[in-house]
Ligand binder design. Structure first.
Ligand SMILES: Nc1ncnc2c1ncn2[C@@H]1O[C@H](COP(=O)(O)OP(=O)(O)OP(=O)(O)O)[C@@H](O)[C@H]1O
Ligand SMILES: O=P(O)(O)OC[C@@]1(O)O[C@H](CO)[C@@H](O)[C@@H]1O
Length: 307
């Protein structure tokens, strides 16, 4: 079973307007509320790919009820821990004529010790053959090491894990051999305090993450596609042409496509192809991509070997 952990889920309030002027009243041309949070997005893509997962996380208050109701139409398996304080609302502003996306994410509820303990109890049965995908910010009062501590615990029981994180937190996960890490090219450059001028430079730095323990490294590059780097090979997926509607969740979609497929077939290249299709398909959709869009985009992506 794949478990996704979204410690800090959200209602994503996605607003579209022509242009955004700060300090003024702006009016939307359309607005939708979506059940958000990185692990939730991963579970939603897995569902589209017909791969079972259970979504875990902390949900509370009246916004939590709305979040669950928004999510219910997607028919995911969930096992949320109820908390006292409200689930957050994240505001996503797509200013069409400015071609600009602005996000304002809330801090989320404070999690009490009892709520945290009850959540962790759920993970005691996770073991060999399971994968736990953890992503997104932490709500108030959870320790910075929350995801890392979970990785240590479930790994001792034989499970695989993915933590979608950046910076030092990403480096800290590597000795535990995560199934995959997926920095974007800017995040990878920041990790090594450098800038990249070629794919080869990106590949060389991605290999350092393999040397430190990652089992697979994907480097996402938004409209420039993505790289899959293994010890001896590197592959590039093109970003197909299309109209970008809302790229929020493209990275989550790519992780879901890669990890979910790899669990099934152990084939990193096909997993990469599907991951790239999920990422672009989400960028070309207002919400997280649906199966038909993923299939359409898959056909427009080719994987080429670079080195
Ligand atoms: N504009 C785009 N056109 C085509 N494909 C895209 C576009 N943006 C993203 N993708 C696809 O989705 C993948 C992941 O996107 P991106 O690199 O933006 O991840 P990210 O930085 O983790 O994003 P986010 O945090 O917004 O989810 C890219 O590698 C690419 O394959
Ligand atoms: O504040 P976090 O937890 O870092 O990110 C949360 C979030 O921006 O990530 C998802 C897209 O990746 C959205 O659904 C959600 O609103």
């Amino acid at each position: 079973m794949i478990y996704t952990i979204t410690a800090n889920p959200s209602i994503d309030y996605v607003l579209q307007l022509k242009d955004l002027t700060t300090g003024k009243v702006n009016r939307t041309t359309s607005d939708v509320k979506l059940p958000g949070g990185k692990g939730i997005n991963v579970s939603r893509i897995l569902k589209e790919l017909n791969i079972d997962s259970t979504a875990l996380g902390f949900v509370g208050g009246s916004t939590g009820e709305m979040f669950k109701s928004l999510l219910s139409q997607h028919e995911l398996k969930t096992d949320f821990t109820n908390v006292h304080e409200d689930t957050r609302i994240n505001v996503k502003i797509n200013a069409i004529e400015q071609d600009e996306e602005t996000e304002i994410n809330g801090t989320g509820p404070a999690i009490s010790n009892e709520e945290k303990t009850s959540f962790l109890k759920q993970l005691e049965s996770v073991g060999t053959g399971d994968v736990v995908i953890m992503s997104g910010s932490l709500p108030k009062k959870l320790p910075d090491t929350f995801y890392l501590d979970i990785a240590k615990m479930i790994q001792e029981n034989g499970a695989d894990f993915v933590i979608d994180t950046t910076g030092q937190a990403l480096l800290d996960t590597l000795p535990l051999h995560p199934l995959v890490v997926k920095p974007n090219h800017h995040e990878l450059a920041e990790l090594f305090n450098t800038t990249f001028n070629s794919d080869q430079e990106i590949i060389d730095h991605a290999r350092k993450l393999l040397d430190k323990g990652a089992k697979h490294v994907l480097v996402s590059m938004a409209g420039d596609g993505a790289l899959l780097v293994t010890k001896d090979h590197a592959y590039k997926a093109n970003a197909p042409k299309g109209v970008v509607i809302n790229s929020v969740g493209a990275g989550d979609s790519m992780i879901a496509g890669f990890a979910g497929t790899f669990m099934k077939n152990n084939d990193p290249i096909e997993s990469f192809h599907i991951g790239a299709a999920c990422g672009s398909a989400t960028a070309f959709s207002q919400d997280i991509a649906v199966k038909e869009k993923i299939d359409e985009v898959y056909k427009a992506i080719s994987i080429s070997e670079l080195s």
